[in-house]
Design a protein. Sequence first.
Length: 114
Amino acid sequence: MSLLDQFTCIIPAAGLGVRMGAEVPKQYLSVGGKAILQLTLDNLAAHQPREIIVALNVADRYFSELTFDYPLRTVMGGKQRSQSVLSALQTVNANEDSFVLVHDGVRPCLRGED
């Protein structure tokens, strides 16, 4: 197992999307019949991280409607992205050889070479 096989993904997804003015936060807007956050998580899961941690807004009412066929866990996000990342980092089960990837929940267009 290489060091890269031990990576953890942290996905900040606690934003409300207020500036966008949509009825739902932008991570839950549908693209091709799936929520943007679902697409992001599916793409990341395809790379088989050790764990996926999603930081959600305390008032999130949409995440439970998504379905996943891979393990992940959630933590309470903060008002700022940095607070959400810190909240997730504090729960990472890592050792000194582990890598942590932080990737925004509203950026679903990932490729293997990224």
